[in-house]
Design a protein. Sequence first.
Length: 658
Amino acid sequence: MNSRVFGVNSYYDYRNTRRQHYNQIGAGLESLGRIWDFRINGYLPVGRKQSPFSHPQFAGVEGHSLLIKRKRDFAMKGANAELGLHVDRAKDASLYFAGGPYYLRGMGESTWGGEFRAALDLFHRYFRIEGGVSYDHFFKWIGQAQVSLNIPFGKRWSMTKKPNRSCSQAATLYARAMQRVDRNEIIPIGKQKVVSPATNPATGDPWVFWFVNNTSSSAGTYEDPFPSLLAAQEASFSNQAIYVFPGNGTTQGMDSGIFLKESQLLFGAGVSHTIATKQGKVIIPALASSLPNMTNTMGDVVTLASNNTVSGFNVLVQNGHGLTGTGISNLFTDHNIFIANNPDLDGILLIDPSGQVSVTTSIFSGFSNANGVIGGNGIHVELNPGSLLTSMSITKSQFNNLTNAFTSYSGSGVFFAVHGGTIGSATVSNCSFSNVVNFAEGALIWVSSGNINNLKIFECSFFDINDAWGIYTEVDNGQIDNMAISNCAFANSTGPVSTIETEMFGGFVDNFNISNNIFENIETTSSGVCFTQLWEGTINQMSVAGNAFNTPNSQIFTLFAQPVFTKNISLYVLDNAFVDGGSSPTGYAAKVDMSSGNSGNLCLEFIGNSASPTSNPAPYLFIVSPPATFNRTIGSDNTTNIGQFVIGPGVGEPGTCP
């Protein structure tokens, strides 16, 4: 016994991963000799031993279930034993070899393994190079290496020779007593993957999926889908999903429409879908290469309930509307294509919806009006007295081939009709409108009464708008707060109407901004590319700023007050570029007209604008007739603008705004 050193140890270890921090208590026993070492160590995690599940992912479908896989980490308890060998043959260098078995266990997983390591100590153990390798069936091969510099503190040690023990033995035993404890201080973290049915967060039960494929004839499972939408409608319940494959590519089995129930999902297999689960959001990848076709030979294609999602279909609109709902709450629809085969029908028709409505990444084509009754719109949202729609969002969608056989409302890409209700927020963004003709509208906003609190149309494109309006707004007796048309592109349009037209027959508009838009190659015989006509009502503040008007042979911007207009308006026309506007003898790049005998009051700030050509004719015209008043801020003249002015009698000098 006098030739060995025995020791016990106890340690606390801590490890912090991205998902969880772990704690561990370790204990060990070792016997160290001149040549051979023996040691055994145990490791016990304490506290939380596993992380929460993370990264839920689609794992497949089976029967009526959506399967997901999730990952989590967990700490493993264990033990290891080791036999070490010292090889001290050189004065300033010594080798150490050690190896042995280890055992790990955690979360139902266990493994035996073995490890081997070697170390080289140089310069009286001041410098060490060490490497090791281990293998088990759970972690597989693991290699480690390290280089360390050891700097001792304190005075040099000395020893007294004892009987029956040589100086070399004493020195070796002293070195073993000072030898570091060899143990595995890194807490082993295992990774677990679990596959389980996805749970519906609304019910706490597994999601139920009903599958449809018109080439099948069975029970609605993934393996044996229903042959028709009607079968899925009859079998399904609220808070379930209907998943449709394209089948043979026809509307066979999908031509009778479908009535959705509360909180149902209607998914087409040709696109990916994000679904909420209690385990987290999961993306279901596309399970087919094309969208399924659906229609209704007798009426509406999809009759909505509240909290529906409709995604991934070719909706053929032929004898009824595409998606329709009255008094529903919350609709989310994306990646659909709506094709109108007959006039006077809407792609999406919502009467008095509430909550949130979102339409994204969809196509609306061929909608038209033929009988003069409101209809034939891509998206038609109507709010009547007492209804409140919190938010309406239309993004990343295309509207093309729109027409109207009459000069009345219809044939629009987007139509908001507010007749006494309220839209809290309405947004149209990143959309394109093309081939809009014959008195149709890209976007139509009609407020006969009621409110739109925030209306924004931005980053949209309007191309080939011929004999039609790009954006038409009419306010009769309602109110729009914070209306903005910004960062849009308008190009290649002709006809007798304006690209952007706003008419006030009553009511109130506050903070109306037309900013940072580009107008290219637009020729109109109307009162202006951007035309605002005030019959009655109030525009509290209007700004036309930072726009580029490259429009030949057309009046560009016009504000025209009709005889019945009696209100005040503040108008800001700032930093616009007018190119080739008003080239005709009777046209002007910017025209502000208060000459119809009304009694309204105008304060105009007209600063930082440039016109080309600058004269012949003069690009800017300001006119007024009593009892109306026309006043200007300082700088609303040639001092800050490029281009000549025609100033009519009675127009106030710069600085006359109150």
